[in-house]
Design a protein around this ligand. Structure first.
Ligand code: CO
Length: 140
């Protein structure tokens, strides 16, 4: 069996406002702003940034019910999750569940840019909210 977890896909960063955060990340630090999209299932707006091939996603809550709102209330802005690429997210969820690890939701769901994602509970992932991402081949 080869490596099951692939390279880091992105780092998710919670911000209170994309407009307020972009001057730092884009203008001062020099990230390329690829696009901004809305993920309705998570009630977030996501600004997708690149530094070379490395990707950072700024996450702004769209409502008080967003998980990002709850994170900002308790922890303030900062690193929210780490995401790793996997070839088969449903298969990884099954494998890791069988090994006793906990996921936030019962099954993988759609994420940004048409990918499929699942979140490992921080208590099962070394204290880090960990996202597994399966990218559609044409959107790599
Ligand atoms: Co993410």
């Amino acid at each position: 069996v080869g490596p099951l977890i692939g390279p880091i896909d992105h780092v998710g960063v919670a911000v209170t406002s994309l407009e307020a955060a972009l001057p730092l990340f884009r203008d001062a630090l020099g990230f390329r702003h690829h696009e901004t999209e809305t993920v309705e299932t998570e009630k977030v707006r996501v600004a997708i940034l690149y530094a070379g091939e490395s990707r950072v996603e700024l996450l702004e809550p769209m409502s008080a019910e967003s998980p990002i709102s709850k994170f900002l209330e308790s922890r303030g802005p900062g690193i929210h999750h780490l995401a790793y690429r996997v070839a088969d997210v449903a298969g990884e969820v099954e494998r890791l569940r069988a090994a006793g690890l906990r996921f936030i939701e019962p099954a993988p769901r759609p994420g940004a840019q048409g990918c499929r994602v699942a979140f490992l509970h921080p208590k099962s992932a070394g204290g880090i909210l960990t996202e597994l991402v399966e990218r559609l081949p044409e959107r790599r």
